[in-house]
Ligand binder design. Structure first.
Ligand code: KMH
Ligand code: ZN
Length: 273
């Protein structure tokens, strides 16, 4: 029986195919990646899709086709990003739920994002949350900053529990503009989480990936890894396939005496079964 949820975020919206040809951007590449990551130990996939030119898109038919293909081809929990890219309009991000994913990301506030702004105004957060309850999609609350922990308290106080009754949080750490990818920041964020939180994971962007992953395991948390968040295994060693990051997460978990969950076990953890 597994006790470690490993989420893979294979693509993201920021890296270009030209800069990183091994980034999975086509549907075939995404399904192949998801299958290999599942075999390596992942239980959930956090999905951003690309168009025929490999540019980020939230095109509804393509999202629906992607969800269907991943559900058909894997046993992974399929989570669609509602964050999209920093350029996506809020209406398009709400429409992501039309694709009927198992789960959706839900970021708890606006964040400086490198040189850009990742917009999540409070009314949008509330609309998206209520829509997820209506559509029976389990949200993963993405927290980029400590203030967003307070926003999560406010959201749950105002609108109650998510569909399925479980509260799963992902700490996204080390984004320039958000909380740093350090053990100290992780401990502070975890200490402040609402009592209703039933599970949490963490991911560290770029160089912070190992510090955050190890800190998360030390505090009993789960792991998110993938090329959305980090493109190297070590200085000068590019990731060739997301599977390598999942395998490394499995190995880190093994040292912490944790066993990867299957997709079916993750569904129980997240209130989908
Ligand atoms: N691409 C970022 C602007 C999410 O997936 O919900 C937002 C992001 C968060 O990746
Ligand atoms: Zn994302």
């Amino acid at each position: 029986m597994g006790d470690l949820l490993i989420t893979v975020a294979p693509t993201g919206a920021e890296t270009t195919k030209a800069d990183c040809p091994q980034l999975p951007t086509t549907l075939a590449e995404l399904v192949e990646t998801a299958q290999r990551c599942e075999a390596a130990g992942a239980a959930m996939v956090h999905v951003h899709i690309r168009d025929d030119d490999h540019a980020p898109t939230l095109e509804p038919a393509r999202l629906a086709e992607t969800v269907a293909a991943l559900k058909e081809g894997t046993g992974l929990v399929v989570q669609l990003s509602t964050g999209g890219s920093v350029h996506d309009p809020l209406e398009d991000r709400l429409a992501v739920l039309d694709a009927q994913p198992d789960s959706c990301s839900l970021t708890m506030g606006t964040t400086n994002f490198g040189d850009d702004v990742f917009l999540n105004p409070w009314p949008f957060v509330c609309d998206l949350y209520q829509l997820s309850q209506e559509r029976e999609v389990v949200p993963e609350f993405e927290l980029f900053d400590l203030g967003q922990v307070a926003a999560l308290h406010r959201l749950l106080d105002s609108y109650g529990l998510p569909y399925g009754g479980k509260v799963h949080v992902d700490l996204v750490m080390g984004v320039p503009g958000g909380m740093p990818g350090t053990a100290d920041a992780l401990v502070a964020a975890v200490a402040a989480l609402p009592a209703a939180t039933t599970s949490w994971s963490a991911t560290g962007i770029g160089r912070s990936t190992l510090a955050v992953g190890l800190a998360s395991l030390s505090k009993g948390g789960h792991l998110r890894v993938g090329m959305e968040d980090v493109l190297t295994l070590a200085r000068g060693v590019p990731v060739q396939h997301n599977e390598e990051l999942v395998s490394r997460a499995v190995e880190m978990g093994r040292l912490a005496q944790r066993t990867p969950m299957t997709g079916a076990e993750a569904r129980v953890l997240l209130g989908m079964a």
